[in-house]
Design a protein. Sequence first.
Lengths: 114, 114
Amino acid sequence: ETGVTQTPRHLVMGMTNKKSLKCEQHLGHNAMYWYKQSAKKPLELMFVYSLEERVENNSVPSRFSPECPNSSHLFLHLHTLQPEDSALYLCASSQDEGSSYEQYFGPGTRLTVT
Amino acid sequence: DAKTTQPPSMDCAEGRAANLPCNHSTISGNEYVYWYRQIHSQGPQYIIHGLKNNETNEMASLIITEDRKSSTLILPHATLRDTAVYYCIVRVVLCQGGSEKLVFGKGMKLTVNP
């Protein structure tokens, strides 16, 4: 247990569906991240939120829409996805103050787009 | 782009020390060396980080060469549960804080054999 939870753990959706991934951190951190891990590819950073403001958007298509309502919760809203979007989506959090910058990752959501 | 190079894979016998190498010949003076690992189907897990001095924690030891162009992660007594992909990452840490992103490469697959 890392203190970062993600739901659902597995999701199958059609290309016309709308779904949301949820991440919650119980560590009191002030930064949260979304990563994508496709098969046989390195982890790719998608979005970064610091103090609930989006500070980085790594050229992610608009069919992925993040939301950070507070410092403990992060969502990734999905709509009209493509089969190539099938991947493991990982959430992470960190405390970006002082000397502790390590990121704590959740278990991920395995997404399959059919 | 990842700033580190690691061998793609390594085997180690259970109970023996596992020495995982990493080259980061272009590392800057303000960049730290971080190690994470990812056990199959889980999110990455922070292991250790260092700037120029050797570091040790309950999980591992990190040996950084004097010129800082390479480092070695040491798992003193490898167990089967240490089988994972290990990522060596260089990263700037700002004094004032900030959400510095992690750039993951392909990592190195460590297999601990009984």
